[in-house]
Ligand binder design. Structure first.
Ligand code: EPS
Length: 390
C-alpha cells in the first residue's frame, strides 16, 4: 500500500489538519519531533507578518499509542492562532485577482462569487501540514540512516559558489543562517537583496537545493512511467506553492553537453564497490536510485502578492484596476527549504516502504540490511550467451 497524506484547512480557518497513512508500526514518535520542523518552517529572513502571529505546534490525534506508531493512519492538527481575528468578521469583498496567484483560476474553476475562498486554500499556509507529515517521514528515514537536507542556492541574482563543501556541512551551515545559505558572504549579499526588495515593496524568488544522503541503490523503477523515482520526486516538489521549475542533478547543464561529458563514469576503487567519478545524474539512473546523493534543484517564483500594486481587472466593476495587497511574505525562499525537504522525505519514505514492505519497523530493519548493493559480490554475472526469446 503506498504511503499517502492528505491535508485540509484554510489559511484563516480554525485549524489545519492532515492524515498520514502508511507509516509502519513501531516508529517512536512524539509531537516534539514534528514541532521542531514546524519551527524551522517559520524561520527565514524575508517572511511576512503571519509568522509573528503563529507558533505552529501540532496535536497528534490518532495513530500513535505509548509514544509509538501503530501502523494506523496518523492524524494531525495545527491551530491557526490568527483565526480569532477573522471569525465572524465582515471581510471586504475580494474581486481583483492577483496575477500569479490562484484568485482568477480558482474562481473560474469553482464558480466563487468572491475570490477569497481560492486564496484561503491555495495559500502557502497549507505547507505547515506538509512539513508536519514530512517530519514523520524524515524521522522514519533516519531509522535507516537516510538523511534529507536542503539549503538556498540563489536568491534573485545572488548565486552561491559552494566550492567542495560537503553536503552535510551545507545542511548544518544553512541552519545557522537566516537565509539558509551555507556560505556566509553570499548569505550577507542575499540579505541585502531581500532588504532592497522589502524597501522596494516587491517580492523575490530563488533556487533551493534538496539533497538526500545514504539512499540505497534500488528505490523506484523503470517498469512503469509513474514508478520512476525522479518523476515522483519532481511531482512532489513541483506541487509546492510558488515552485515553477525543478531539475534532478545537473539536468539543464547536461542538456548542453555531449554524452561523454555528461554521465558519471564508474570505477572500482576497492575490489568490491562500484563508485562514480561524479554525480551529474543527481543520484538517479533509469528511474532508480543509484546510491549517490539524490540532488534536486527547485526554482521558486517571486510570490504574487506585492505591496506595489500590479495591473489587474476588478471583476465587480469590470474596470482595469490595481491589485489590493494581501498580507504575505517578501521572500519565502529560505522558509521553503524545510517544505521541499518534507516533500522529498515523503517520496523517499514511500519508495523505501515499496521496496521493503511496510507493516512494522521490526520487520523492515533486517530486510534493509539484506538489500543488494552495487558491488561485485552482489552482482555475480553468469557470463554466457542467452537466448532470451526462444
Ligand atoms: C503563510 C501564511 C499566509 C501568508 C503566506 C505564508 O498567511 P497570511 O495570508 O495570513 O499572511 O503570509 O502565504 C503566502 C505567501 C501566499 O501567497 O499564500 C505561511 O503560513 O507560511
Amino acid at each position: 500500500m503506498p504511503l499517502r497524506f492528505l491535508t485540509a484547512g484554510e489559511s484563516h480557518g480554525p485549524s489545519l489538519t492532515a492524515i498520514l497513512d502508511g507509516i509502519p508500526a513501531g516508529l517512536p514518535l512524539t509531537a516534539d519531533i514534528i514541532n521542531k520542523e514546524l519551527a524551522r518552517r517559520q524561520q527565514g529572513y524575508g517572511s511576512g507578518g503571519r509568522m509573528k502571529i503563529e507558533k505552529d505546534t501540532v496535536q497528534i490525534l490518532g495513530g500513535v499509542m505509548g509514544g509509538e506508531t501503530t501502523g494506523a493512519p496518523i492524524a494531525l492538527l495545527v491551530p491557526n492562532d490568527d483565526h480569532v481575528k477573522w471569525k465572524g468578521k465582515a471581510i471586504e469583498p475580494m474581486t481583483a485577482p492577483r496575477p500569479g496567484h490562484a484568485d482568477l483560476t480558482g474562481a473560474v474553476k469553482y464558480g466563487y462569487k468572491d475570490l477569497r475562498p481560492a486564496l484561503e486554500r491555495a495559500s502557502a499556509r497549507e505547507t505547515a501540514m506538509r512539513v508536519a507529515a514530512g517530519a514523520m517521514c524524515r524521522h522514519f528515514l533516519a531509522q535507516f540512516g537516510i538523511v534529507v537536507g536542503g539549503y538556498v542556492s540563489s536568491i534573485g541574482e545572488v548565486q552561491t559558489d559552494f566550492g567542495d563543501m560537503p553536503y552535510a556541512e551545507r545542511f548544518t551551515r544553512a541552519e545557522e543562517s537566516d537565509v539558509r545559505c551555507p556560505v556566509e558572504t553570499t548569505a550577507n549579499q542575499m540579505r541585502v537583496e531581500i532588504e532592497k526588495t522589502i524597501h522596494g515593496k516587491n517580492t523575490l524568488g530563488g533556487v533551493i537545493e534538496i539533497v538526500a544522503l545514504n539512499v540505497p541503490v534500488g528505490l523506484g523503477s523503470f517498469v512503469q512511467w509513474d514508478r520512476r523515482l525522479e518523476a515522483k520526486l519532481t511531482h512532489a516538489v513541483m506541487s509546492v506553492q510558488a515552485i515553477k521549475g525543478v531539475e534532478v542533478g545537473d539536468a539543464f547543464e547536461n542538456a548542453r553537453l555531449p554524452g561523454t561529458e555528461a554521465h558519471d563514469a564508474m570505477q572500482l576503487v576497492t575490489r568490491n564497490s562500484v563508485t562514480r567519478t561524479s554525480n551529474r545524474a543527481g543520484g538517479i539512473e533509469g528511474g532508480i536510485s543509484n546510491g549517490q546523493p539524490i540532488v534536486i534543484r527547485a526554482a521558486m517564483k517571486p510570490i504574487a502578492t506585492t505591496l506595489t500594486p500590479q495591473q489587474t481587472v476588478d471583476l465587480a466593476s469590470g474596470e482595469n484596476a490595481p491589485t489590493k495587497y494581501e498580507r504575505s511574505d517578501f521572500c519565502p525562499v529560505p522558509r521553503a527549504v524545510p517544505i521541499l525537504e518534507s516533500m522529498v522525505a515523503f517520496v523517499l519514505a514511500d519508495a523505501l516502504l515499496e521496496k521493503l514492505g511496510g507493516d512494522s519497523m521490526s520487520e523492515m530493519k533486517p530486510r534493509f540490511e539484506t538489500l543488494r548493493k552495487a558491488t561485485l559480490e552482489d552482482l555475480p554475472m553468469d557470463n554466457f550467451p542467452h537466448v532470451f526469446w526462444e
